[in-house]
Design a protein around this ligand. Structure first.
Ligand SMILES: *[C@@H]1O[C@H](CO)[C@@H](O)[C@H](O)[C@H]1NC(C)=O
Ligand SMILES: *[C@@H]1O[C@H](CO)[C@@H](O)[C@H](O)[C@H]1NC(C)=O
Ligand SMILES: *[C@@H]1O[C@H](CO)[C@@H](O)[C@H](O)[C@H]1NC(C)=O
Length: 417
């Protein structure tokens, strides 16, 4: 493990910067439509236009000297027990949206009613998920979609059963619609590490049953490089994280042995795959041990979620945090120390000003740390109704798609250029 002294210095700096009222802190807002706060940035960061509504202090060196004395010059240099390469600002490899519907009917105890699944495709009486994805790629620059589905739907409610080909045909129609856009497509088993209330490998399904599911699914897409395998959505209250890592290992081994030898596989930790507690809750240390059959960790990427509301639940319309100090900054450092990467496959907020501010800040931070963060996937479009607090479902009228404000202001890569 790395030393925490670097983090303590960072916290101390953040506090001293906040006390300086004429400067906006690193990652803080510094301009944009209607902005009345500070327009100068803390030392070491530059006010950068993300879009008309939002300018932000992004780490870097300004071409002109800061107007106020440095607030950081007396701080000792951060130290660490491992060599930390400089963060790399760049372009995230992936940005996209969850296309929900096949997961409807799944509860957080892993009970999914196969009949509750609602395909987000017009031919199955759902929303036009295919049109949504085509729009997101063409107009917004998105290049990944996450396609949640319940385990019970895939086996038609039979634990340990084989894939139900009729149900799979419907799910595959969504996968093919995704692939046809040219985007990458994440297969997400949306079961919270469970089957009907019981935890995989810890009283519920055996690791062999879980591996058999993944073996069958991976075989269907083994030769498609655009498929990403999301081993499990949001494990939570899993008592033994090391046993859970063994279940994840069983899935990884099954996927690789089914012939999907090189695609990205997403490894989920405990506590709803919280990015904030990935390290402290022991998920990072346990999942570090998961390997490919050849012993490497190539394309084994940690799956992390983070919402911006008051309790990280993604159920409130208002946002209260950009998650940088509590989650993304320490996680980025840990990933760099360990030579690994993470993918934020669920994040979101309401279509309100607070979320526009904090989400733009979160996205900019991830962008500036694109060496360790693969990207983000917003929650959610697909079959949600208009009016869902975290809705990212675009509306289609008069021949064109119109995005929700959070998508158009912060999440769409084209909007961020
Ligand atoms: C992928 O697998 C399918 C089914 O097995 C096959 O029809 C197709 O030709 C394969 N594609 C490539 C590029 O190997
Ligand atoms: C992680 O969280 C779980 C509850 O989700 C708890 O039982 C466990 O003790 C925690 N582990 C650590 C190492 O904090
Ligand atoms: C789960 O994560 C949230 C923040 O994301 C945190 O407040 C809570 O304490 C965590 N629970 C455990 C058991 O680690």
């Amino acid at each position: 493990m790395h030393s925490f002294s670097g983090l303590l210095v960072a916290v101390a700096l953040a506090v001293s910067v906040k006390a300086q009222t004429t400067l906006s802190p690193v990652w803080g807002q510094c301009g944009g439509t209607g902005w009345t706060g500070p327009t100068a940035c803390a030392t070491g960061s530059v006010c950068t236009k993300l879009n008309d509504a939002h300018f932000q202090c992004v780490p870097g060196t300004a071409t002109t000297a800061p107007s106020s004395p440095s607030t950081t010059s007396s701080a000792p240099a951060p130290t660490s027990s491992c060599q930390i390469p400089a963060p790399s600002a760049g372009k995230l490899r992936f940005a996209g949206v969850n296309i929900a519907g096949f997961d409807f009917g799944c509860s957080t105890d892993g009970t999914c009613s196969a009949s509750g699944a609602w395909p987000p495709l017009t031919q199955y009486y759902g929303n036009d998920g295919e049109g949504q994805m085509q729009h997101f790629v063409k107009d917004d620059g998105f290049n990944v979609f996450r396609l949640p589905v319940g385990w019970q739907y895939l086996t038609d409610g039979v634990l340990g059963g084989t894939i139900d080909e009729d149900n799979f045909e419907e799910y595959d129609a969504l996968v093919q619609a995704c692939l046809n856009t040219g985007a990458s497509c994440i297969i997400d088993i949306h079961n919270y590490a469970r089957w009907n209330g019981k935890i995989i490998g810890q009283g519920g399904p055996t690791n062999e049953q879980f591996a058999e599911l993944w073996s069958s699914v991976a075989a269907k897409y083994a030769n498609n490089s655009k498929i990403i395998f999301g081993v499990m959505n949001e494990p939570h209250d899993v008592p033994d994280i090391n046993l859970w890592a063994e279940s994840v290992q069983a899935a990884v081994t099954a996927i690789r042995k089914a012939g999907a030898t090189s695609q990205i596989i997403l490894l989920p930790g405990n506590n709803w795959t919280s990015a904030e507690t990935f390290i402290s809750n022991g998920s990072g240390a346990a999942l570090m041990k998961v390997t490919n059959p050849d012993g490497s960790t190539t394309n084994l990427v940690f799956d992390v979620h983070k919402y911006l509301d008051s309790d990280n639940s993604g159920t409130h319309e208002e946002c209260v945090t950009n998650n940088i100090d509590n989650a993304w900054a320490p996680l980025a450092e840990w990933l760099r120390c360990n030579g690994r990467q993470a993918f934020n496959t669920e994040t979101g907020g309401g279509n309100v000003a607070s979320c526009q501010q904090f989400m733009c800040e979160q996205v900019a931070f991830q962008n500036a740390n694109s060496d360790v963060f693969l990207g983000y996937v917003g929650w959610a479009a697909g079959n949600f109704y208009q009016g869902y607090a975290l809705g990212e479902v675009p509306t289609y009228s008069n021949g064109q798609w119109v995005d929700t404000s959070l998508v158009s202001s912060c999440l769409a890569p084209n909007a961020r250029k």
